[in-house]
Design a binder for this molecule. Structure first.
Ligand SMILES: O=C1O[C@H](COP(=O)(O)O)[C@@H](O)[C@H](O)[C@H]1O
Length: 295
């Protein structure tokens, strides 16, 4: 079942989004652990980790059976795991260091490899985990099926390390690919591909702040109608897609009806043109008729 949930009863502050996100993750974790005794989660970097802060606070943290969690990265910068740019380090400092997930269940990239090798090695590790059934497999697509993929979005509409102007977003075969010319530093990254993202049971787009408001507007206002969609518009999972948006991220959506203003301006422009033509040509026609009469 595919659903795109944008259920916004009221405009939320970033703090309230963090609370809602924690409730949603707790609910899914509980549901999956009851059903199959494990929960496979894919993390992004960026602002997402800060928005996940309520999950590790008490009493929320005590509601989760962390021993059943398996954690992966949707994308990773090819830097040392101790580098401030590392998505692993960001997640470790803000989330993983605060909860008792077994070390063996945390799948960071191998930071000693080259970019190409790191992508290949990460995909190979995922294949082993699919074979031993730690990660599910989508019977529809043949790609791994994670229980939850948590995505952020950049101001240009990129998700993971799948950017608007880079071909990697059209990858159809590989599970994990690499980018060496990321427009956002650092330039070398590995990233899961759209077929993997879209094979997941649940996707959550966690998007906050004014800087992403325009991309949110484009994605939500013109969903399914854009000729060249933004990467965020290509998130279309087998299961559910849930957006977590704060009021700043939604701040441009009130302008969705911009086209009505556009029509108004177009109409006014047309009127001005007609009046100008009339004012200009009437005297000319009069002079022309007067000349004709004289002859
Ligand atoms: O570079 C990246 O950017 C995106 C979006 O980050 P944000 O700071 O704008 O939330 C992030 O989801 C991705 O994991 C990261 O590598």
């Amino acid at each position: 079942m595919r659903t795109n949930n944008v259920i916004q009863k009221k405009l939320l502050s970033e703090e309230e989004v963090s609370v809602e996100l924690a409730q949603y993750v707790i609910y899914l974790s509980d549901k999956c652990i009851k059903a199959k005794d494990s929960f496979t989660v894919v993390l992004s970097g960026g602002t997402l980790i800060h928005t996940m802060r309520k999950l590790v606070e008490k009493p929320n943290a005590d509601c989760v059976d962390w021993s059943k969690w398996f954690v992966f990265w949707l994308d990773e910068r090819v830097v040392s795991l101790e580098d401030p740019d590392s998505n692993y380090k960001l997640a470790y400092d803000g989330f993983l260091s605060k909860v008792p997930i077994p070390d063996g269940n945390i799948f960071a990239i191998d930071d000693e490899l080259s970019t190409e090798e790191a992508a290949e090695e990460y995909e190979a590790r995922l294949r082993v985990l699919v074979d031993n059934r730690t990660i599910g497999l989508s019977s529809c697509t043949g790609f791994p099926k994670f229980d939850l993929v948590l995505l952020g979005m950049g101001p240009d509409g990129h998700v993971a390390s799948l950017f608007p102007w880079l071909y990697q977003r059209y990858e159809e075969e590989r599970w994990v690919t690499f980018v060496k010319d990321s427009p956002k530093p650092p330039s070398s990254r590995i990233t899961m591909t759209f077929p993997v993202i879209n094979s997941s049971s649940e996707c959550a787009l966690v998007v906050t702040g004014k800087q992403v408001a325009y991309a949110v507007k484009v994605a939500l206002a013109s969903r399914e109608s854009n000729f060249i969609p933004l990467p965020v518009e290509m998130v279309y999972p087998e299961g559910n897609l849930t957006w977590f948006l704060d009021k700043d991220a939604l701040s441009q959506l009130s302008n969705i009806n911009d086209h009505s203003y556009n029509s108004l301006f177009l109409g006014l422009g047309f009127l001005v043109l007609i009046i100008t033509c009339l004012l200009y040509y009437f005297p000319c026609i009069h002079i022309f008729l007067a000349l004709l009469k004289q002859q």
